[in-house]
Design a protein. Structure first.
Length: 284
């Protein structure tokens, strides 16, 4: 390797950090200036029918969910199921689980190639053509949502995209369109927050006086109402109210450089310091 190629390698490493910082600034501007869409989940209305899971699978070509599987609080999303219902069947308590679509998502800020992307309208999507498989989106997500297809020869990151493709066609998400109890409703996030506050105000004995997702991680596209404390529904209640990219900006931008490009840097350094004759022999 010639020394000019070594310098190019260093340039790529520096460019990754700079592009990450630029992306963070752009995302913060979007969160501040654009009115996002979102989904309100009223867990007091959910009956655990799992129609949302079926609709999601059909809309995105995923395997049909096993509706006979026991519903527990330990259920999680997977590479083949972007939304699941978890709960306690004996107590008839159910809650829909999927990507939270953070206003300022840590996954998108951690992604060095902008494969994980916060759209101006609100949904957080994954762009296959930009993904390099680093999986920093998985590490950074406080809700443990992005899933990697470890068993696939051409692995993808799988997660809910709030039916971004349907939204572009003027349709609403498949899950909200299908819910028979209107436990999940789609709309502008601001309007959904107003609706949530109205339900609490008009029925104070039916709800915990708190909207989960209004401020968690800087605010999320999915917001929740509940009749019981959110920790009893399996929600993390230790999540900071400040957006995670603001808390971990420097860490998120340094980790991809160290773990992803450090091996390439060492290889470039090794080759650049060898005599040209040795490089030619090794290439042969």
């Amino acid at each position: 390797m010639e020394r000019r190629d070594f310098i190019k390698t260093l340039g790529v490493m520096g460019g990754t950090v700079l592009s990450g910082r630029k992306l963070h600034a752009e995302q913060k501007a979007k969160a501040d200036d654009k009115e996002f869409v979102g989904i309100l989940v009223d867990t007091t209305r959910c009956v655990g029918c799992q129609a949302c899971s079926e609709a999601c699978a059909e809309a995105h070509g995923l395997p049909e969910p096993d509706l006979d599987e026991e519903i527990t609080m330990q259920r999680k999303t997977s590479t083949t199921q972007w939304t699941v219902i978890r709960g306690d069947e004996d107590k008839e308590i159910y809650v829909k689980t999927q990507c939270m679509h953070c206003n300022q998502p840590a996954c998108a800020s951690a992604c060095p190639t902008q494969a994980m992307y916060k759209t101006p309208e609100g949904p957080v999507i994954w762009r296959e053509d930009k993904c390099m498989g680093c999986r920093f989106c998985m590490i950074s997500c406080p809700f443990d949502i992005p899933k990697f297809e470890y068993d696939s020869p051409i692995p993808k990151i799988q997660k809910c995209i709030m039916c971004w493709d349907r939204l572009q066609e003027g349709e609403e998400p498949a899950c909200t369109e299908t819910c028979p109890e209107e436990a999940i409703i789609f709309g502008k996030r601001r309007n959904l927050l107003e609706e949530a506050r109205s339900r609490i105000y008009n029925n104070p004995d039916d709800y915990v006086h708190y909207i989960y997702g209004e401020n968690e991680a800087g605010g999320t596209g999915y917001i929740y109402l509940s009749a019981i404390p959110f920790e009893e529904l399996g929600f993390r209640t230790d999540i900071d109210k400040k957006a995670y990219p603001e808390l971990t900006t420097e860490f998120l931008y340094s980790v991809p450089v160290i773990l992803t490009l450090w091996p390439a840097f060492l290889l470039a350094l090794n080759k650049a310091t060898k005599p040209d004759e040795e490089n030619e022999e090794s290439e042969d």
